[in-house]
Ligand binder design. Structure first.
Ligand code: 6MZ
Length: 338
């Protein structure tokens, strides 16, 4: 069963690095003694979320030059295209690497360069970029990152469309980041915020949901059945804020106990805009087709249901200029079976 999904809206660049790209990186840096088992969580394996964040650190060691970033970004874009994705929003945290001289600005420029090169090479996918704030780094870095994102939004003809808030959810509090997030929103950056990825983030979610963000990453613990609250759900509903849902990531990272327990069902049954995404296709060994298939088989959804889901995802993108074109692609891809 082939699932023709149209867009991927929640993909962290360094979490999306495939096995074949990891092999190339390892060959460039044999002295690090890194093997693939350290950069991916295979089928049937589980890790705590904390261990997942250790995995990102290993990948960051492998990806620390402009040359690496360019290769990784181009490979990831080509892989999403090969999976049939027509529109990709990539997100990544700009990193400065003292040892290689890479700056945050060069980091973002290099990702933009990768997007442009893929376009020039005729890869059949539209790509937009969200600059990510790692919550671990605190208020000052968050504000710097927002300024960087704003500069790029203005200078890249709409390739940089937004800001992501991510990183280890057990570190720091969103209250400290609120001024930076509000500034981002005010200057026209779209906001996608990881919210309530772990329990006991209800206070933070309450605060950040009122900005309001343009999309929510995960939102695993927002609803009352898992310790969130009806008032959080009501706020999400009031603003009609779409959720980016990543089934395998949440199961392998153990924030959700099994596929059938995934909060996809809660929101889907309510008819709330919910978009299926991969999160970190390299680390969690998945792709968007597989995530669509897992959602369909777990929740007993028909192929038509899945088509409708992928169609609705188009309205959740941060690229209004592409919506019409994407709806057209969706119509072209859709089989006439139903
Ligand atoms: C929160 C996550 C994440 O930015 O170096 N990241 N943040 N929750 C998750 N759930 C599993 N998965 C990835 O890609 C890696 C970074 O993305 C964020 C983390 O900050 C991680 O270091 P980039 O391209």
């Amino acid at each position: 069963l082939v699932m023709h999904k149209v867009d991927e809206l929640h993909a962290h660049l360094n979490g999306s690095v495939s096995f074949s790209t990891i092999k190339k990186l390892v060959a460039r840096k044999p002295h690090l003694n890194i093997e693939h088992g350290m950069t991916a969580i295979r089928s049937g394996q589980r890790r705590t979320l904390d261990e997942c964040f250790q995995v990102f650190k290993v990948i960051h060691q492998l990806v620390d030059t402009e040359e690496d970033i360019l290769m990784v970004a181009k490979d990831v874009i080509r892989e999403f295209a090969a999976d049939g994705v027509k529109y990709l929003e990539l997100r990544s945290t700009p990193r400065k690497e003292k040892t290689t001289g890479m700056t945050k600005r060069r980091y973002v420029e290099t990702v933009i360069e990768a997007i442009r090169q893929c376009k020039n090479e005729g890869v059949d996918i539209e790509v937009r970029f969200l600059v990510a704030v790692d919550r671990r780094n605190g208020a000052e870095v968050a504000m710097e990152t927002v300024k960087l994102a704003e500069d790029f939004m203005l200078s890249t003809d709409g390739l940089v469309v937004g800001l992501d808030l991510s990183g280890d959810p057990t570190v720091g509090h969103g209250r400290d980041l609120l001024p930076a997030l509000q500034k981002a929103k005010n200057c026209g950056l779209k906001l996608s915020l990881h919210l309530s990825e772990v329990p006991s983030q209800a206070d933070e979610s309450e605060l950040l949901l009122n900005i309001p963000p343009d999309r929510i990453g995960h939102g695993t613990y927002l609803h009352p059945e898992v310790g969130g609250s009806q008032s959080l759900v009501d706020t999400v509903r009031k603003h009609n804020t779409p959720l980016e849902l990543c089934l395998t990531s949440n199961v392998k990272g153990q924030t959700v106990s099994s596929y059938s327990q995934h909060h996809f069902l809660y929101w889907y049954q309510m008819g709330h805009p919910s978009v299926i995404c991969t999160d970190d296709k390299g680390v969690f060994c998945t792709d968007l087709s597989q995530e669509y298939q897992l959602a369909a088989s777990t929740f007993n959804l028909s192929q038509e249901d899945m088509w409708t889901l992928s169609q609705k995802a188009i309205d959740c993108t941060f690229a209004p200029d592409l919506k019409q074109q994407l709806h057209q692609k969706w119509l072209e891809l859709r089989p006439t079976l139903f």
